[in-house]
Write a protein that binds this ligand. Structure first.
Ligand SMILES: [Zn+2]
Ligand SMILES: [Zn+2]
Length: 176
Protein backbone atom coordinates (compact mmCIF):
# COMPACT_ATOMS: atom_id res chain seq x y z
CA UNK A 1 0.00 0.00 0.00
CA UNK A 2 1.14 3.50 -0.76
CA UNK A 3 2.60 5.50 2.11
CA UNK A 4 0.56 8.49 3.28
CA UNK A 5 2.27 11.85 3.78
CA UNK A 6 1.42 12.95 7.34
CA UNK A 7 3.87 15.85 7.71
CA UNK A 8 0.98 18.37 7.76
CA UNK A 9 -0.81 16.47 10.54
CA UNK A 10 2.33 16.11 12.65
CA UNK A 11 2.80 19.87 12.56
CA UNK A 12 -0.69 20.45 13.96
CA UNK A 13 -1.64 18.19 16.86
CA UNK A 14 -5.42 17.99 17.12
CA UNK A 15 -5.95 18.08 13.35
CA UNK A 16 -7.29 15.10 11.45
CA UNK A 17 -7.87 13.90 7.92
CA UNK A 18 -9.65 10.92 6.36
CA UNK A 19 -7.97 8.99 3.57
CA UNK A 20 -9.44 6.38 1.27
CA UNK A 21 -7.33 3.32 0.61
CA UNK A 22 -7.99 0.83 -2.18
CA UNK A 23 -5.07 -1.39 -3.01
CA UNK A 24 -4.16 -5.04 -3.15
CA UNK A 25 -1.91 -6.28 -0.36
CA UNK A 26 0.48 -9.00 -1.57
CA UNK A 27 1.09 -12.28 0.21
CA UNK A 28 -1.77 -11.91 2.70
CA UNK A 29 -2.81 -15.40 3.76
CA UNK A 30 -2.80 -18.07 6.43
CA UNK A 31 -2.87 -21.83 5.83
CA UNK A 32 -6.53 -22.05 4.77
CA UNK A 33 -7.51 -18.43 4.13
CA UNK A 34 -6.18 -15.62 1.97
CA UNK A 35 -6.94 -12.44 0.10
CA UNK A 36 -6.26 -12.97 -3.63
CA UNK A 37 -3.44 -10.73 -4.84
CA UNK A 38 -5.60 -9.13 -7.54
CA UNK A 39 -8.35 -8.17 -5.07
CA UNK A 40 -8.03 -4.73 -3.50
CA UNK A 41 -8.57 -4.02 0.17
CA UNK A 42 -10.64 -0.89 0.49
CA UNK A 43 -11.73 1.47 3.23
CA UNK A 44 -11.59 4.85 4.89
CA UNK A 45 -9.05 5.58 7.59
CA UNK A 46 -9.20 8.67 9.77
CA UNK A 47 -5.78 9.95 10.78
CA UNK A 48 -5.77 12.05 13.90
CA UNK A 49 -2.71 13.94 15.08
CA UNK A 50 -2.08 13.31 18.77
CA UNK A 51 0.94 14.06 20.97
CA UNK A 52 2.33 10.53 20.65
CA UNK A 53 1.90 10.32 16.88
CA UNK A 54 -1.00 9.59 14.55
CA UNK A 55 -4.06 7.74 15.75
CA UNK A 56 -5.63 5.71 12.92
CA UNK A 57 -9.27 4.57 13.08
CA UNK A 58 -11.61 3.19 10.45
CA UNK A 59 -12.35 -0.03 8.70
CA UNK A 60 -11.19 -1.90 5.63
CA UNK A 61 -12.96 -4.57 3.65
CA UNK A 62 -12.61 -6.90 0.72
CA UNK A 63 -13.02 -10.54 -0.19
CA UNK A 64 -11.14 -13.56 1.13
CA UNK A 65 -10.87 -17.07 -0.21
CA UNK A 66 -11.29 -19.88 2.28
CA UNK A 67 -10.52 -23.58 1.97
CA UNK A 68 -12.96 -25.72 3.96
CA UNK A 69 -11.00 -27.53 6.68
CA UNK A 70 -13.27 -30.60 6.32
CA UNK A 71 -13.92 -31.05 2.58
CA UNK A 72 -11.14 -28.84 1.12
CA UNK A 73 -13.56 -27.04 -1.18
CA UNK A 74 -12.77 -23.37 -1.85
CA UNK A 75 -15.29 -20.66 -1.11
CA UNK A 76 -15.28 -16.91 -0.83
CA UNK A 77 -16.62 -14.49 1.72
CA UNK A 78 -16.51 -10.78 2.27
CA UNK A 79 -14.87 -9.18 5.27
CA UNK A 80 -14.94 -5.82 6.97
CA UNK A 81 -12.56 -5.27 9.83
CA UNK A 82 -11.98 -2.38 12.19
CA UNK A 83 -8.64 -0.63 12.52
CA UNK A 84 -7.73 1.28 15.67
CA UNK A 85 -4.00 1.82 16.08
CA UNK A 86 -1.47 4.37 17.17
CA UNK A 87 1.40 5.02 14.80
CA UNK A 88 4.07 6.42 17.07
CA UNK A 89 6.28 9.39 16.30
CA UNK A 90 9.21 7.54 17.81
CA UNK A 91 9.53 3.81 18.34
CA UNK A 92 9.02 2.78 21.96
CA UNK A 93 8.99 -0.74 23.42
CA UNK A 94 5.17 -1.04 23.08
CA UNK A 95 4.77 0.52 19.64
CA UNK A 96 3.90 -1.82 16.80
CA UNK A 97 3.77 0.91 14.18
CA UNK A 98 6.04 3.90 13.73
CA UNK A 99 6.05 6.97 11.45
CA UNK A 100 8.70 6.68 8.75
CA UNK A 101 11.71 9.04 8.87
CA UNK A 102 10.35 10.85 5.79
CA UNK A 103 7.15 11.69 7.79
CA UNK A 104 4.94 9.22 5.99
CA UNK A 105 2.67 6.53 7.42
CA UNK A 106 2.49 3.08 5.87
CA UNK A 107 -1.03 1.70 6.42
CA UNK A 108 -0.16 -1.76 5.14
CA UNK A 109 1.21 -3.40 8.34
CA UNK A 110 -1.89 -2.51 10.40
CA UNK A 111 -4.26 -3.46 7.58
CA UNK A 112 -2.43 -6.76 7.21
CA UNK A 113 -2.60 -7.47 10.95
CA UNK A 114 -6.32 -6.63 11.16
CA UNK A 115 -7.24 -8.86 8.20
CA UNK A 116 -5.12 -11.82 9.35
CA UNK A 117 -6.83 -11.63 12.77
CA UNK A 118 -10.18 -11.93 11.00
CA UNK A 119 -9.16 -15.05 9.05
CA UNK A 120 -10.82 -18.16 10.49
CA UNK A 121 -8.44 -20.75 11.90
CA UNK A 122 -10.59 -23.62 10.69
CA UNK A 123 -12.90 -22.40 7.90
CA UNK A 124 -16.00 -24.39 6.98
CA UNK A 125 -17.89 -24.20 3.65
CA UNK A 126 -21.05 -24.52 5.75
CA UNK A 127 -21.54 -25.19 9.47
CA UNK A 128 -22.73 -28.78 8.92
CA UNK A 129 -20.14 -29.79 6.29
CA UNK A 130 -19.79 -33.59 6.43
CA UNK A 131 -16.23 -33.57 5.11
CA UNK A 132 -14.29 -36.21 3.26
CA UNK A 133 -14.25 -39.92 4.11
CA UNK A 134 -10.86 -40.81 5.56
CA UNK A 135 -11.06 -44.28 3.96
CA UNK A 136 -12.01 -43.54 0.33
CA UNK A 137 -11.60 -39.76 0.17
CA UNK A 138 -15.16 -39.34 -1.16
CA UNK A 139 -17.02 -36.10 -0.42
CA UNK A 140 -19.76 -37.09 2.04
CA UNK A 141 -21.69 -33.91 1.17
CA UNK A 142 -22.12 -35.30 -2.35
CA UNK A 143 -22.78 -38.86 -1.20
CA UNK A 144 -19.55 -39.99 -2.85
CA UNK A 145 -18.61 -42.37 -0.03
CA UNK A 146 -20.42 -45.73 -0.37
CA UNK A 147 -19.93 -46.59 3.31
CA UNK A 148 -17.44 -49.15 4.50
CA UNK A 149 -17.30 -52.36 6.53
CA UNK A 150 -16.39 -51.43 10.03
CA UNK A 151 -13.09 -52.78 11.28
CA UNK A 152 -13.58 -51.84 14.92
CA UNK A 153 -13.28 -55.15 16.87
CA UNK A 154 -16.02 -54.13 19.33
CA UNK A 155 -18.50 -53.78 16.47
CA UNK A 156 -17.27 -56.98 14.84
CA UNK A 157 -18.07 -58.92 18.07
CA UNK A 158 -21.53 -57.37 18.21
CA UNK A 159 -22.18 -58.29 14.58
CA UNK A 160 -21.48 -61.94 15.36
CA UNK A 161 -23.99 -61.86 18.25
CA UNK A 162 -26.68 -60.25 16.12
CA UNK A 163 -26.11 -62.41 13.05
CA UNK A 164 -28.96 -65.01 12.83
CA UNK A 165 -26.78 -67.43 10.84
CA UNK A 166 -24.33 -67.80 13.72
CA UNK A 167 -24.63 -71.27 15.28
CA UNK A 168 -25.42 -70.80 18.97
CA UNK A 169 -27.25 -74.07 19.55
CA UNK A 170 -24.79 -75.47 22.08
CA UNK A 171 -25.28 -72.44 24.33
CA UNK A 172 -29.10 -72.13 24.32
CA UNK A 173 -30.49 -75.69 23.98
CA UNK A 174 -28.63 -78.26 26.15
CA UNK A 175 -31.15 -81.03 25.20
CA UNK A 176 -29.82 -81.69 21.70
ZN1 LIG B 1 -16.78 -28.34 3.51
ZN1 LIG C 1 -15.60 -43.73 2.15
Amino acid sequence: MRAIDVSDLLERPGSSRTVHVSEPVPDLHTELAGVPEDTPIEGDLTLESVVEGIYVTGSVGGRMTLVCARCLKSCERGFDVGVRELVAREAGPDDDYVIEPDLTLDPEPMVRDAVVLDMPFSPLCRPDCLGLCEVCGGDRNLGECPGHETTDPRWAALEVLLDPTTDRSDAGEPGR
